[in-house]
Design a protein around this ligand. Sequence first.
Ligand code: ADP
Ligand code: ZN
Length: 264
Amino acid sequence: MIVRFPESLSRVKKLFGWISMVSMLLALAQAEAMQRSSQPLVIVLLGPPGAGKGTHAPPLSEATGLPHISTGDLFRTHIQQGTDLGKLAKTYIDQGNLVPDELVLDMLFDRLKEPDCTQGSILDGFPRTLPQAKSLDARLKGRCAMLVLNFYVPDSILIERIAGRLICRDCKRPYHKLFDPPRETGFCEQCGGSLYTREDDQEAIVRKRLTVYRTETLPLIEYYAAQKDVLKEIDAQNSKDGVFHDILEVIPTSIKARRHLSVQ
Ligand code: ADP
Ligand code: ZN
């Protein structure tokens, strides 16, 4: 057998060339993945009123260690405290309309400056319009990864869910008169606070909120679908536990691990 050394040597060189290129690409991908996993993460809960954003946000906050920020709750606190912002916001909220973007943006961006948001946050009820989504992108650009969970539920179920909804005045936990009643009627089983029905949960106002959702918020699904790896669909018709299981499935392991590490 004749072995042609120069030829086989060049083959070996080529092979080494390929191997080193592939390992370089792998290292680059790994470095990018590591950078993404150590970046702060903003999780946006998107979906119509009654889809369960407010139900799943507190346990998700517990699982990830990220603070739950609900713009609706922030407004309701302003209303309770009788601030100027609260008085103004109430005129929109009671009619089932959205509060103007400038007011929402100022309030939310102030909240995001607080130290508990350095690793990210869970945004419930924000953004709700395209200008809000674009302002959020501009603010986070390059500094934060983003994950948008789109909760989808048919309208008939939404109306049924909101019609029986009760909220704790103190810790804001939602209940449902039929599907998730508190152990003691009228009181929160988590903190003992009194339960109430939100004024904007009357059926006529709920229908208005659903119309506003369709015109103002629905376009955000397309907006986020156009961004790579950002949008995840959640079938929110399932049982509470089933939905939460599906949510945890799409949360990056690195985020759950971060929480795990900080708990230990
Ligand atoms: P839900 O998700 O059940 O509709 P929320 O508690 O999130 O209720 O919000 C209640 C109301 O607060 C909304 O109907 C709207 O008027 C106002 N609101 C909350 N978040 C925003 C937002 N991002 N932009 C404009 N208005 C908002
Ligand atoms: Zn409570």
